[in-house]
Design a protein around this ligand. Structure first.
Ligand code: ADP
Length: 260
């Protein structure tokens, strides 16, 4: 709790939302959205009321991962919009508003306009936590988001490769610049367990994020392996935290969610 209105904002955005956590990455394809959805579902499994705001406007993947692609948010009063329900969570995504196969080709100000409209018009109601699946990178859109949305904190998802980590550092510094607390770093695709022989292969050089977290004096929140079930369950619209709730991967996400 204890969030004030964002700087330059007269009326607070989403007044009934207690905590807003951004899930961010320095670049695309590192598993930011996959991590965001599983953390949201892990928080939900603890009995919290949870919302998912898919702000990844150029590649919205939450509708598909939550098995609600094609859903249409409805308006009861012609002004506000009702979020789509998935696994007991309130979900909003630009993916509900534009056809799935049409690329979003807006410039920065239009992107911010669309995001702000979704934040203002959606009836988020009372929520313990809203997870924001951020657009990847550290450009203008991301910076404006961090300034406009009263974020409680941010987590950075990175793969262990040097280059992804370099981008993650930029992301971390962006949040620090605008005084959003960085809650820590999660290493995704940390290692690979061969399903045939059990061998653990460190494809991208395991452990880089832990090292980097120490160096940047932030917390290392945990690691997820490169695992085929994480991908297939997301593709099927039944993320691993709900489809295999007692399995080791769900438990790994839940352990990280405990720290948020
Ligand atoms: P981003 O949001 O960073 O662009 P996504 O979450 O969309 O990345 O993930 C990119 C692809 O990698 C997706 O196909 C997703 O299912 C897959 N993926 C993400 N994390 C893992 C993981 N730990 N193991 C296996 N596949 C993963």
């Amino acid at each position: 709790g204890g969030r004030g209105p964002a700087p330059g904002q007269e009326e607070p955005l989403m007044p009934g939302v207690k905590t807003i956590i951004a899930v961010a990455s320095g670049k695309g394809g590192v598993g930011k959205s996959t991590t965001a959805v599983n953390l949201a579902l892990a928080l939900k499994s603890r009995g919290l009321s949870v919302g998912m705001f898919d702000a990844d406007i150029f590649g919205p993947s939450q509708p598909r991962m939550l098995g609600v692609s094609g859903a249409q948010p409805v308006s009861k009063d012609g002004e506000s919009m009702e979020a789509v329900e998935a696994y007991g969570m309130k979900v909003m995504s630009i993916g509900f508003l534009v056809p799935e196969d049409s690329p979003v080709v807006w410039r920065g100000p239009m992107v911010m306009g669309a995001l702000e409209q979704m934040m203002r018009q959606v009836n988020w109601g009372e929520l313990d936590v809203l997870i924001v699946d951020m657009p990847p990178g550290t450009g203008d859109t991301q910076l404006t988001m961090t300034q406009r949305v009263p974020l409680t904190g941010a987590v950075i998802v990175s793969t262990p490769q040097d280059i992804a980590l370099l981008d993650a550092r930029k992301g971390l510094n962006m949040f620090r610049q605008v005084n959003v607390p960085v809650l820590g770093i999660i290493e995704n695709m940390s290692y690979y367990n061969c399903p045939n022989c059990g061998h653990e292969a460190h494809i991208f050089g395991h452990g880089g994020a832990k090292f980097e977290a120490v160096r940047l004096s932030t917390d290392f929140l945990g690691e997820l392996p490169l695992d085929i079930d994480i991908r297939t369950t997301s593709d099927d619209g039944r993320p691993i935290v709900v489809s295999q709730p007692d399995g080791p991967l769900a438990l790994a996400y839940k352990a990280i969610a405990e720290k948020l």
